[in-house]
Design a protein around this ligand. Structure first.
Ligand SMILES: C[S@@+](CC[C@H](N)C(=O)[O-])C[C@H]1O[C@@H](n2cnc3c(N)ncnc32)[C@H](O)[C@@H]1O
Length: 397
């Protein structure tokens, strides 16, 4: 992690943009009597219209931005996810793909291109993204990379209102859903659960403890029940209060098919283990990772690891069964990564070193291979999924 004091200085224009967002957040803090929940701060920092990180014009993804996703690293990633989609669409006899949070559009373009070559184009490729700015970028990417398929793509403002069959894909989206911060205060045997709220200071924002409300306290007690032990004094972490509602809303139209979620995260017992007693909040600015959510609001990404147990339970509450859980490396290998790599270097031998590096980034344990996990939830679909054939981690959830 980078020391936030060592982060590169933003340009004067970027600082002015950040100051406008900070003023808006400060006004909301004042209106709320001096504090807002952390999840409200994160919501505004990422999505305040025209000013939030995802709503405004910053580059965000890729070399010129702040972080790089698996979809941006290699087209092999899109090919593997598309191979999983092809399998499911074939079993279903056709259907749609709904991509949630499509970023630059790289994954959509790569998947459409693969599915066309495989003779298995979805009836429709739907994209639901909160960011109007990114939706424009996705449109440009798709028109540039797969112009003949652009008319198959539809952007939505809300989940489809009619039933769909097929595959829903959420790659590195759940980590961007706002989190609530909590900590365990008090002495051993006399612990209490506190929420960490956000207040204004003379120069910026700061976390301030307050007694957790009943909802947050129940979540933390539920975590302790799962761990079969109390969290120790000083332990600080986060949870996603809106996760159940989000999963329910995006999967409601799914009549038959699979939701695939790829993200960095862990099963609950590991997520809330004492070695992560500072939580997993993770901010990215100019390809530096750090843990200060108040650094230049609006100019940096803020995320937190995904509690995959919570995600699987949110699926169960929405009527979806657990269809697979594994590491990103095993998922991609299960979807034929090695074979696809061999085909690519056969077509472009000059790119062998570059493609090897991409495969390493996607699969090595010290890169994205272990830290990133893939969870599949399914409705009215009980066929095995190829991406989960090599390693089954469902019992860890
Ligand atoms: C980290 S980027 C990942 C982009 C892309 N999936 C990739 O892997 O390159 C997160 C994306 O999710 C979108 N997003 C965040 N919250 C969302 C939500 N609640 N519903 C739909 N999209 C969302 C953001 O606008 C952005 O496009």
């Amino acid at each position: 992690m980078t020391d936030p004091r060592a982060l590169p200085a933003p340009s004067p224009e970027a600082l002015a943009h950040s100051a406008r967002l900070a003023a808006l957040i400060r006004a909301q803090i004042d209106a709320a009597g001096g504090q807002i929940p952390f999840e409200r701060y994160m919501e505004l920092a990422l999505y305040a219209p025209g000013l939030g990180y995802y709503s405004a014009g910053a580059a965000k993804l890729g070399a010129a931005g702040d972080f790089i996703t698996a979809a941006e690293i290699s087209s092999l990633y899109a090919q593997c996810l598309a191979a999983q989609c092809r399998e499911t669409l074939t079993v279903l006899g056709g259907g749609s793909v709904l991509e949630l949070g499509a970023g630059s559009g790289a994954l959509a373009a790569g998947m459409l291109s693969f599915l066309e070559r495989a003779g298995c184009l979805p009836d429709r490729y739907l994209i639901l993204d909160r960011s109007a700015e990114l939706r424009e970028r996705q449109r440009e990417t798709i028109e540039r990379r797969v112009p003949a398929l652009a008319e198959r793509v539809t952007w939505l403002d809300r989940p489809p209102q009619e039933p769909i069959r097929g595959v829903i894909v959420a790659s590195e989206v759940v980590d961007a859903l706002p989190v609530a911060l909590f900590r365990i205060a008090g002495a051993s045997g006399d612990e209490r659960i506190e929420a960490l709220a956000v207040t204004s200071t003379a120069s910026n924002f700061a976390l301030v403890p307050r007694i957790a409300d009943a909802g947050l306290a129940a979540v933390v007690r539920g975590i302790e029940d799962d761990l079969a032990a109390p969290l120790p004094p000083g332990f600080r972490s986060e949870c996603r209060p809106a996760l159940d509602a989000w999963v329910a809303s995006v999967t409601e139209p799914l009549e038959r098919g699979v939701l695939l979620c790829v993200d960095y995260g862990l099963p609950r017992r590991e997520y809330y283990a004492t070695e992560r007693s500072g939580g997993t909040l993770l901010c990215h600015y100019r390809h530096r990772a750090h843990a200060d959510p108040f650094h230049a609001p609006g100019l940096q990404d803020i995320g937190a690891w995904v509690d995959f147990t919570a995600l699987a339970r949110a699926g169960a509450a929405a009527g979806l069964g657990l269809a697979g859980f594994t590491t990103q490396a095993h998922f991609l290998l299960g979807c034929g990564l090695e074979r696809r790599f061999a085909v690519e270097i056969g077509l472009e031998p000059a790119r062998t070193a570059e493609l090897s590096r991409e495969v390493q980034l996607l699969t090595l344990p010290g890169e994205m291979g272990e830290r990133f996990r893939v969870l599949a939830l399914a409705r009215d679909y009980d066929r095995p999924l190829t991406g989960f054939a090599l390693r089954d981690l469902t019992r860890t959830l």
